[in-house]
Design a protein around this ligand. Sequence first.
Ligand code: ADP
Ligand code: MG
Length: 327
Amino acid sequence: MGEFDLIARYFTRPPVPGSAVAVGVGDDCAVLQPAPGMQLAVSSDMLVQGRHFFADVDPRSLGHKALAVNLSDLAACGAEPLGFTLALALPEANPAWLEPFAHGLLALADAHGCQLVGGDTTAGPLNICITVFGQVPRGQALLRSGAQVGDDIWVSGTLGDACLALQALQGQVTLPPELLERARQRLEWPTPRVALGQALRGVASAALDVSDGLLGDLGHVLKSSRVGAEIDVHITTDLLASGALQESAKGIFDAETMMPCALAGGDDYELVFTAPAARRAAVQAASSASGTQVTRIGRITPAPGLRLLDRTGQPLPGRFASFDHFA
Ligand code: ADP
Ligand code: MG
């Protein structure tokens, strides 16, 4: 199978009539038409074998994840997905790999009305780079720089399971099979919070997606917004390390393993966002409308840096300092 057969067979579909895609795969450029009054939101993410995924990962989940991490960036900006390009380096044109990869990729694309509009295909070590294009009403993109003193800090979904799965796959922890399966699902099939992101336009003051770990990523918001934050650690770990912490309560594992996963583990692709305390009802409405759980985990403070508080509101000393890259 040659390069052009491969593109035709796995990655070419006609543009959806009446959509933002005027010209799709097959020409020198794709041509996109955002709706009147909309701005383009653009983001790229690359997945490299050995760095972002294991060589033997299920190609269907890899196709899903490659697009999911990009859609997550659109979600964080409150943008509506329009289309994406796929730059692919492949060691060989192997249908047994390409077929499930394309299936996982395009199933998620269809679920979000995000069309594959072009790309590049070359031989080389496996490397997947996607660029997504979305639209957002002029001036309404959610940014990292809008957090205000007194705002609540919220997070969607659950945190920590992807990190736990990674540790298990690397042999650092042992998980019961059923729990490993659930955690692995979170690592390999992340859910981009696209509907929540759009529902938070006009409600959230700042937002970003958690790809590198809650505390590290929240640090970007603090820096851009020139503010500090307090995080209620017991809420974050109790509510957010979903299945795993429940297991830990049964004594299968300890909080020492879970705490770093929930606070500093990457790959969850949840949204962390801030909103004025007066907008709590609006945040809950956005949560209901998008069918996505949200949890309030702290607040923005005038004092710079990030403080972790225990159940009684006292700062957590010593060993938690390593999670605080910004104090
Ligand atoms: P050019 O040489 O003009 O850059 P190519 O020969 O690389 O074009 O690609 C031919 C067409 O196929 C282009 O429309 C390009 O966007 C598309 N394409 C190439 N690789 C992919 C891919 N992996 N997925 C989707 N479209 C692709
Ligand atoms: Mg090309």
